[in-house]
Design a protein around this ligand. Sequence first.
Ligand SMILES: C[S@@+](CC[C@H](N)C(=O)[O-])C[C@H]1O[C@@H](n2cnc3c(N)ncnc32)[C@H](O)[C@@H]1O
Length: 264
Amino acid sequence: MSTRRKPPAALTARNADRHALYEASVQRPTVIVGFIEELFEQVRDRQPVTLREDFCGTAHLSSTWVRSGPDRWAIGVDLDPEVLDWAEQHNCLPLAEDAERLTLTQGDVMAVSDKADALVSLNFSHWVYHEREQLLAYLKHAHACIEPGGIFVCDAFGGPASITPCVDERKFSDFDYQWEQVGFDPLTHRTRCAIHFKFRNGSTMRNAFEYDWRMWSLPEIQELLVEAGFGQLGIYFESEDGFIADFEEVDDEAWVAYVVALRD
Ligand SMILES: C[S@@+](CC[C@H](N)C(=O)[O-])C[C@H]1O[C@@H](n2cnc3c(N)ncnc32)[C@H](O)[C@@H]1O
């Protein structure tokens, strides 16, 4: 008697896992690992060993870091026990014995003092700080948590499309990803955004993720990094093939930038 495997159930709003959808549609961890390696090679002529991923969410980047070399260690920090539990199941356990090189810490990034060669805050996580003093305090803390000769990387988005209420859609094989710019206050730069997922059976997972951020400009971030004690700064823009330093080549309607700061 032959046993036939059931085909996997089609994705719907009811059975889909929002963290898995987020990882598939938003993150490119191997690209970021390559970017950090390249930066270190350029500015330090050596390779980093430790990564600290602040606001790590599912710790997809941290686990990719650990996989990228047998001597590499990572620490992921997040406040939310639910997402860290998911990270443990989906990104830590599959590392098997290499999981000993990945530490997940539940807590406020400001209360964690572990140091690393590279410290990152990605997908605009540091935009959770609405006040200048708060972001400055975070950047000073990040500086103190980077080993001498290490680097800090954070991102920012901008362009006219990012301050206009709109929905940007990208298609994947079994779902559509939607990024909604819900509102923007020009007086405070408070920006509210949401991620929705739409499925082939017509169902929608609305507000799978919601954000209440302050949109920080590139000059503001650079000024704060200098004030926090960082040395040389660099800005790179995301492109299909990687990162470009020349804004002339960037889609100026909507861009994502990576600000890199060196710790002496
Ligand atoms: C936008 S998600 C970013 C996820 C991930 N960094 C990425 O690149 O996709 C922001 C995460 O920051 C966490 N978070 C917010 N405030 C925090 C804080 N003060 N300390 C630690 N984690 C925090 C949230 O729980 C959430 O998982």
